[in-house]
Write a protein that binds this ligand. Structure first.
Ligand code: FE2
Length: 283
């Protein structure tokens, strides 16, 4: 049964995003509860890895490259000083990824919702397959900025088709606590750069991808996506989006999935490789 209306499908292709209010109001509560358990079990230990959301230099981190088929935690860049945590553990985590959708029962059940496969097919993805998941914490006062980018930079198929991003609000999200900002129609210009795995498979770096660098899109051209817990944003992989720091006292947790056509291999130099966690979404 169709999940999206014809108008929503048309908006996705025209603007590069569709907002679905109230998509999963109960499911996201289960995700948040489960993550509370996973965080409690997480031992920070000696391998302190910060996820540098602004510089995107995480490509050099062995921990990051090894996380495509695992559940790993990454800390906020500003949470560390001289290798030590400055804040409590639960406030210091930037994200958890990238295989929650296959390696955890609660997240797998949510990620395999038949509605996700159906809406992906409505948007033109013949064999929708989840290849990446992330739980984004954006904790009060410490949650970092994510600069303007396109998700196709990081999730690249050999056929050049775009990924579909799904962003679920696990808390109410506003401009104050770092909600998403989206640049309508920016997907029509193609992608500007790719996150490329080197031949030795030891690090990633950025390479130009054909389109001019992300232009200096003026702030007024972004749409502020304020959301309520349980809302979902569908994002074309080439749509430019960003989020600000969380300067408020309230969290802005979110869960994201990236879906590609499973019949198309990932690019050989995409950091997410064939052996990484995949969740086909059957019809
Ligand atoms: Fe993104």
């Amino acid at each position: 049964m169709a999940v999206l209306t014809p108008e929503q499908v048309a908006q996705y292709h025209d603007l590069g995003y569709v907002f679905l209010p109230g998509f999963a109001p109960e499911g996201v509560v289960a995700l948040k509860d489960r993550m509370t358990q996973l965080v409690a079990q997480y031992e920070v230990g000696e391998r302190l890895v910060a996820f540098e959301t602004v510089s995107n230099s995480q490509g050099k981190a062995e921990e990051f490259l090894a996380s495509g088929d695992k559940i790993r935690f990454f800390l906020e860049d500003e949470a560390l000083r001289d290798g030590r945590l400055l804040h409590p553990k639960d406030l210091s985590i930037n994200k958890c990824g990238h295989a929650l959708h296959t390696d955890d029962d609660v997240f797998r059940a949510f990620s395999g919702d038949p509605r996700l496969g159906e809406l992906a097919r409505q948007l033109g993805i013949a064999s929708p397959t989840v290849v990446q998941s992330m739980y984004i914490f954006k904790s009060p006062l410490i949650g970092g900025e994510v600069r303007a980018h396109q998700d196709d930079t990081f999730v690249t198929t050999s056929g050049g088709s775009s990924c579909l991003g799904l962003w679920f609000a696990l808390d109410d999200a506003s401009a104050a606590n770092g909600c998403l900002w989206v640049a309508p129609r920016s997907h029509s210009k193609g992608i500007t750069r790719r996150f490329v795995l080197n031949a030795e498979r030891t690090e990633c770096h950025f390479e130009p991808a054909g389109a001019p660098e992300i232009p200096d899109i003026p702030p007024e051209d972004y749409v502020c996506i304020e959301a309520k817990r349980g809302d979902c944003l569908l994002l074309h992989g080439s749509t430019v989006h960003k989020s600000d720091r969380n300067t408020s006292g309230t969290p802005r947790n979110a869960y994201t999935l990236h879906i590609v056509d499973g019949s198309t291999p990932m690019s050989p130099d995409c950091w997410l490789q064939r052996g990484h966690a995949r969740l086909p979404l059957p019809s």
